[in-house]
Design a protein around this ligand. Sequence first.
Ligand SMILES: Nc1ncnc2c1ncn2[C@@H]1O[C@H](COP(=O)(O)OP(=O)(O)OP(=O)(O)O)[C@@H](O)[C@H]1O
Ligand SMILES: [Mg+2]
Length: 251
Amino acid sequence: MPEIIVDNLTHTFGKGTESALTVLEDINLTFESGSFNCIIGTSGCGKSTLLKMMAGLFDPTDGEMRLDGEIIQGTDRRRGMVFQQDAVFPWMTVSRNISYGPRLRGASKAEQAEIEAKWVEAVGLKGFEDRWPRELSGGMRKRVDIGRVYANNPDILLMDEPFGALDAQTKERLQADLLDTWRETKKTVIFVTHDLEEAIFLSDSIIVMSARPGRVHHVEKVSLPRPRTDEMRLTEEFLAIKRKLWAMLEH
Ligand SMILES: Nc1ncnc2c1ncn2[C@@H]1O[C@H](COP(=O)(O)OP(=O)(O)OP(=O)(O)O)[C@@H](O)[C@H]1O
Ligand SMILES: [Mg+2]
C-alpha cells in the first residue's frame, strides 16, 4: 500500500506578475510505506518548500498530498520534521528539548527520563544533558533537533539536510544509526541532502529535482543490498550511481 502520494503539486509564493514566484511545478511522486527516499537538486529548487508542505506547515497552491488516502492538511505528530535551520528551544536544556514532545503529551517523569537517556545517547550527546543550546556547537544543536524529532516517534520522518553541518565521522555514524532505527521501526523517510554519497548510502529511491521551478527530473532506484555497509561506498555499483547523479545535476 503506497503511503504518501504527491499529486500534481504546484506551489507559487506571492501574487501578481511582478512578485509571484513558482518554485515547484507539477510534482508527482509516490513514497511507499516504509521506504527510504532522498531528494537532491540545486539550491533553491524547492526541496525545503516541498518538505514543509508535507509536514503540513502550509498548503500547495495547486494539487494535493495524500497520506494513506487522506489529504495532508495541517501538522500532525505522525509527520516529524527536522528543519534545515536550527529549531532547538534556547530556553530548554538538551534533555528537556529532547523530551519536549512526550512531555507535551503528558508522559510521566519516569517515561521522560527514559526517552531522554535513550535519545541523548543515540545522537551522541551523552555528558551534555544539562547544557543550554547556546553552549553547544551548531552540529551539536542539530543533533538535539534530531533527537527531539526521533523522541516523538513519528511514522513519517521528514529530514531537511539534517547531517549537513557535521564532520565526516559523526555524519557516517548518524547515517548508520538512522538506517538501524529505520529498519527496526519501518518508518517512511524523506530526506533532503546535497551529499550524493549520503543519498546513495541511505536510499531506496533518489529523487532528482531540476532547477527552479523545481520539477521531478528523474527517480533513481538504488538496489544495493541491505544492511548497507561502509565498504559498499567503494563498489563499482555505488560509484556508477554517483557518476550518473553527478552528471544529471551538472546539467
Ligand atoms: N516563504 C517564502 N516566501 C517567498 N519565497 C520563498 C519562501 N520560501 C522559499 N522561497 C523561495 O522559494 C525557492 C525555493 O526555496 P527552498 O528553500 O525550497 O529551496 P531549497 O531547494 O531547499 O534550497 P537549498 O538547497 O538552498 O536549501 C527560493 O527561490 C526561495 O527564495
Ligand atoms: Mg532547503
